[in-house]
Each structure stands twice: as C-alpha cells, then as structure tokens.
Design a protein around this ligand. Structure first.
Ligand code: GAR
Length: 207
C-alpha cells in the first residue's frame, strides 16, 4: 500500500477527487494517511474530517519565523510516514529540506500545460487570468514531481482543455479542474502506487 499525505490550502476539490478515486477503485494500492493544511479555514480540512482522514493545520501565522514554520511543517509530514506527498492546491513555498528528503516522492498538480503559465506568481485563478489575457485556445493541467524550482520538476501527466468563447477565469478554472485536474491527479497516484513511474533525469517514463 502506498501511504500518501495530501497537502492543501483551500477548497480541496483535488483532495476530494483523490478520496473518491481511492473509494471507487480508480486509485489502487493507496491509503490516504493524512491531510495537512497551512490554512485553518480550508474547506479541504472538512472534507478530510467527513471521510475519517486524520488532518492537521500547520500555519505560518503560528510561528515567529519562516524557519520554525518550515521545521514544524516537515515534522508534521514526517510524522505521517508517507511514501508519497501530494500537493493538491498547496500554495506555500516548499521548504528546501523537504524537497531534498522527498525527492521523486512529492508530486504537484498545476493548472496549466507546463511550461506555459507556470513558475513564480502563477497559481490558482491567476493562471487562468493569464491564459485568457494571452488569448490561448488550449489550456490544461500538469502533474509533476517537485524539485528545487517552481513547477520545473519531471512531468508525469498532462491533459489539454479547450478555451471557449466568453470564458471567465472562474469558468475556465472549473473546466480545467473537471476535465483535467480531477482525472490526471488520481491517475498519476495510481501509476506511482503500482510502480509504473520512473524518473530519468528531468523526465519520467511511464511503464
Ligand atoms: C487547483 O486548481 C490547483 O491546480 C491549483 O490550486 C487549485 C486548488 O484547488 N494549484 C496551483 O495553482 C499550484 N501552483 P482545490 O483546493 O479545489 O483542489
């Protein structure tokens, strides 16, 4: 069984997709051992509670320095003894020590087709605003391993979604979630749980 820890900051619809995937057998060999949020008011925490999944909040607001917060966050993650960390809308800079310790064992969902609309400042709705401002006709989502850069790690899965006339950032965000994120994140976890993802340099090979 792959032990996964899911890290969240907000609504937790991707967390829900993972919970549903484990329940309905789309994701196999996987157990969600805990949910960690940096935000006490994240609706994602309610989703965890409703599904009997242990959850905790580690907020930077509760600590005097970023260093202390980083240590506490890593302690909380380690405490769950996860095989894989899933960043599911976790909007906090990952401590370097955590990246090192969980190299090739931490994945992130990003709401664009990397390398478009990614990197510093591109998160959540901002990604969709930028895509609409640029006038692209195809957007999408990416699941990738986390390395030291922002959205630069080896790509595992991507899925394209069409932009439609009259889209607002909110409408486009919802379509990208429904058609891409909620599909490729569970799929990536299932592939990893079944030993089908290999990292070779800055790329992955799916067996
Ligand atoms: C998702 O769209 C996810 O791709 C994005 O935040 C949203 C979280 O929604 N993540 C990023 O932008 C990371 N750079 P959720 O809480 O409903 O899953």
């Amino acid at each position: 069984m792959l032990r996964i820890a899911v890290m969240v900051s907000g609504g937790g619809t991707n967390l829900q997709a993972i919970i549903d995937g484990v329940k309905d057998g789309t994701i196999t060999n996987t157990e969600i051992v805990g949910v960690i949020s940096n935000n006490r008011n994240a609706y994602a925490l309610k989703r965890a509670e409703e599904n009997g999944i242990p959850s905790l909040c580690v907020s930077p607001k509760d600590y005097e320095t970023r260093e202390i917060f980083n240590e506490k966050l890593l302690e909380a993650v380690d405490g769950l003894q996860p095989d894989l960390i899933v960043l599911a809308g976790f909007l906090v800079v990952i401590p370097p020590a955590m990246i090192q310790r969980y190299r090739n064992r931490m994945i992130n969902i990003h709401p664009s087709l990397i390398p478009s609309f990614c990197g510093k400042g591109y998160y959540g709705l901002k990604v969709h605003e930028a895509a609409l401002a640029r006038g692209v006709k195809v957007v999408g989502a990416t699941v990738h391993f986390v390395d030291e850069g922002t959205d630069t790690g080896p790509i595992i899965l991507q899925k394209a979604v069409e932009v439609e006339q009259g889209d607002t950032p909110e409408v486009l965000q919802r379509r990208v979630m429904e058609q891409a994120e909620w599909k490729i994140l569970p799929r990536a976890i299932d592939l990893i749980a079944n030993g089908r993802v290999r990292v070779e340099g800055n790329k992955t090979v799916i067996d």
